[in-house]
Design a protein around this ligand. Sequence first.
Ligand code: GLN
Ligand code: ZN
Length: 763
Amino acid sequence: MALSHSLGFPRIGRDRELKKALEAHWKGELDEAGLRAVGRELRAAHWQLQKEAGLDLLPVGDFAWYDQVLGHSLMLGVVPQRFRPQSGTPTLQTLFAMARGASSTTCCGGAHAQELTKWFDSNYHYLVPEFSADQRFQLSWEQLFEEVEEAHALGHRVKPVIIGPLTYLWLGKTKGQAFDKLELLEALLPVYGEILGRLAALGVEWVQIDEPILGLDLPQDWKNAFERAYHLLQHAPLKKLVASYFSGLEDNLGLAVGLPVDGLHVDLVRAPEQLPLLVDRLPAYKVLSLGVVNGRNVWRCDLERALIQLRQAEERFADNLWVAPSCSLLHSPVDLEREHHLDAELKSWLAFAVQKCAEVAILGRALNQPADAAVQAALAESRAVQTSRAASSRIHNPAVQARLDAVVPGDSQRLSPFAERSARQRAQLQLPLLPTTTIGSFPQTAAIRLARQAHKQGKLSAADYTEAMHSEIRHAVQVQENLGLDVLVHGEAERNDMVEYFAEQLDGYAFTRYGWVQSYGSRCVKPALIVGDLSRPQPMTVEWIRYAQGLTDKVMKGMLTGPVTMLMWSFPREDVSREQQARQLALAIRDEVQDLEAAGIRIIQIDEAAFREGLPLRKERWAAYLDWATEAFRLAACGVRDETQIHTHMCYSEFNEVIGAIAAMDADVITIETSRSDMELLEAFERFAYPNEIGPGVYDIHSPQVPEVAQMVELLRKAAGRIPLERLWVNPDCGLKTRAWPETEAALVNMVAAARQLRAQLA
Ligand code: GLN
Ligand code: ZN
């Protein structure tokens, strides 16, 4: 019999119950017992949902109070010194202190939080484990075992999920004295042995050990370490399923199939091409778990196509074939049934976590009982959905296709090279040396959010809403003029979110009401859905920017989100490539850029905050991605005259490996985050001899602290040591929407003073 299982279920709750409980707990409105009760109810509900959906084996260990990597750190006793409780084992309070930092009154004498970073190529963020050279490991957290007992008590057949030892070490960072973290493996493995022993003692038959790094380019010593580690763990008295996901095994396939474990899970959505080789190479006495239902997107599975894949493995693996989602369902929204407002057609194309479990189950059943009526009905329905989508006019827009076909290479190139453009822009813009500007947004005050909400609910007329936003723009312009900034922005008051704001105005997008996905801790995002060919029916920002420009003689910068970021922060289509979707977005934004230019706007910024995070997990695929990503940006940006200055903004600080692509985007000015890295990152720009202008952020907007003038002068001096002065801009690290006005004004007064001081000194 084939078996169906899941790698993990979203923990946040269909109504974000966990988010609400966590935030209430942090505010002191819900005690620990209350919080624990919410967690227990959610786990029980989620197991029940998965069981009712028809899964045979349910995951345990996918629930986390903040993040599964953090939970795992606690289990292994990886608690940095600054959070160690005076006595005894860590508590929930320790966990939250590690996640969120602690003030001196709450815990640990005050300590900064652990670092957050992206979980592989997803938009989920985990807390980076910190390892010291004398790191010890010790079983310190009972949550997993308690939850196994909880599930058993409810009568469920479960499969605990843990992060594998190699992936766990890979994800961590060494602190203090430098050392190779792989050296920690020997000390770590006994604790894994202990965990597996405890699970076996609880009557667990199978454990899932997540090793997604099997899909990465691994150094040889890490590959060797895999063999060593699993040889040591093989004696644990329970069966082990090693799970890879997000990427194909490729050169690690031989390693993975040879590990002394009882089963292997692979992601056939991301890497279907690995199937024949796997079927051939994995010993048939092992379990092969095929991830055929996409855990990273919202579209209904093409069951017939998935079944074809499963059948390729069926003959050789027979009873050892398992059916699963490609990865944990953590990355998909919870339950489509909540979406009452969606029209029936669109709804019929979608599947969220609950529905994906049912898809997995029906595929398992299709293998076991092909003639079953429910199976036949599900296959027929799936076929009907695929046919309806393929032919739907909602998806296919011939005008968009025709436009794409008509694109010629010149469309993604500026008319003249940078040197010529730059001379024209200087003549036209008349900016001082070291021009000052901001990244776009000003504080999103409670008043702004209230006005937006009231407008959405129909309580504030369109005219009154426009006036409320105009008044915000007037205020922002006035403040900037008083501050003496050189290039102004309108402040983005009208925008809820840098992607959703544009998505709502494009044809081809759809929106869910409850499609929340955990981003980190209690934070969730609700990505828009790219349903069909994308186009811009009418201008999106022109009226706001024109209004703002009308208030001042200074240059007003128009503000847009770029095609790559729009794509990366949406749920994409699966029937056309990401590249095609990026090109469609690029053409829509190009129209906006041209309309802004025609409205007299002389500087236009196209934000690409997600440009770097689109990088594929395997280096081999980087070049192809960077090619189409830079091409999409240029297609959006290059439809303007030489005199029009194009800016872009990226808010992170690792450019070394992508600097060539950044230069290929050919923006006239790029503003980036640098203050926290002390301008170090400009080294990449210097070494590459980055040809265009740069605005390295001179202060960190993530902190309410007001930066000193001298501090910023110092940073600017450092920058000037690497980048020619006439190509330097002065700006904060990122947008100011999360800040309040008083600190924003105070910081910008100092920033302008710093620029002036340096100008005077250097003149
Ligand atoms: N223009 C946007 C802002 O200032 C940029 C935000 C971002 O890059 N994340 O808010
Ligand atoms: Zn930013």
